[in-house]
Design a binder for this molecule. Structure first.
Ligand SMILES: Nc1ncnc2c1ncn2[C@@H]1O[C@H](COP(=O)(O)OP(=O)(O)O)[C@@H](O)[C@H]1O
Ligand SMILES: [Mg+2]
Length: 228
């Protein structure tokens, strides 16, 4: 049987997609699942003897409990930390969602669950026309939205939620993440987000610099697993 997958998107870059994705990976693994990961498109990478390596892909691999070749987890990796579609054009590479789907299928075939982290936000471009949204649709994965709790997140969250629905992608829910100082009037903001996004968050994650590397989201993983 093939794995169940989840596409982690966010209201912006830097809102905690990697932190949340890794926490979910740890929690699904703690439930006894074989958990694989993907960061299909990454920009911002170091040159190593093995080739380019991106920190998000490495963090996801470190959290996962199924060993996977780097190139399968991160088939498109670009050195400069710029929009992937520009980085790809610079080196004359076409980011092909079909190629990503092939790698995803290989990972899914040996896992119970695959956590896929997008790059940037929902409509971040990966080519002349395609965006992260097209990738999630090609992979047929439900989208989980990480909302970075900061002024402006109500707008970004609802825009993302509407675009996910407009793209015909299933919505797996949302997780609020405090990437910095507590947001003013956080409780009211969370209540507003709940009304606008169609339900309470799967989790509200506090700002905890030391904990980010070991964070688990057991209740959120249980809720997601319980949906069958
Ligand atoms: N809840 C949190 N507490 C402390 N630091 C966090 C938290 N969430 C994210 N961060 C930090 O914020 C930065 C951006 O998070 P990251 O997960 O890399 O975002 P994204 O993947 O959306 O770009 C990272 O340095 C990360 O360690
Ligand atoms: Mg990330």
């Amino acid at each position: 049987m093939s794995a169940r997958g989840l596409f982690i998107t966010g209201t912006d870059t830097g809102v905690g997609k990697t932190v949340i994705a890794c926490a979910l990976v740890r929690s699904f693994a703690a439930r006894g699942e074989r958990v694989g990961v993907m960061k299909p498109v990454a920009s911002g990478a170091q040159r190593t003897r093995e080739g380019l390596r991106n920190d998000d892909a490495l963090a996801l691999l470190a959290a996962a409990n199924v060993p996977l070749p780097y190139a399968r987890v991160n088939p498109y990796c670009f050195e400069p930390a710029i929009s992937p579609h520009i980085a790809a054009e610079d080196v004359r590479i076409d980011i092909n969602p079909g190629t990503i789907a092939t790698e995803y299928a290989a990972i899914a075939s040996i896992c119970d669950r695959v956590i896929v982290e997008g790059a940037g936000g929902w409509l971040a471009p990966i080519g002349a026309r395609d965006s992260m949204a097209d990738l999630a649709r090609t992979l047929e994965l439900p989208a989980l939205l990480v909302v970075g709790l900061r002024l402006g997140c109500l707008n970004h969250a609802e825009l993302s939620r509407r675009a996910i629905a407009a793209g015909g992608v299933a919505f797996a829910g949302w997780i609020a993440n405090a990437t910095g100082e507590p947001m003013e009037r956080e409780a009211e903001n969370l209540a507003t987000l709940g009304r606008r996004l169609g339900g309470a968050p799967l989790a509200v994650v506090r700002h905890a610099p030391q904990a980010a590397a070991t964070l688990r989201l057991d209740a959120a993983a249980a809720a997601l697993a319980g949906r069958g």
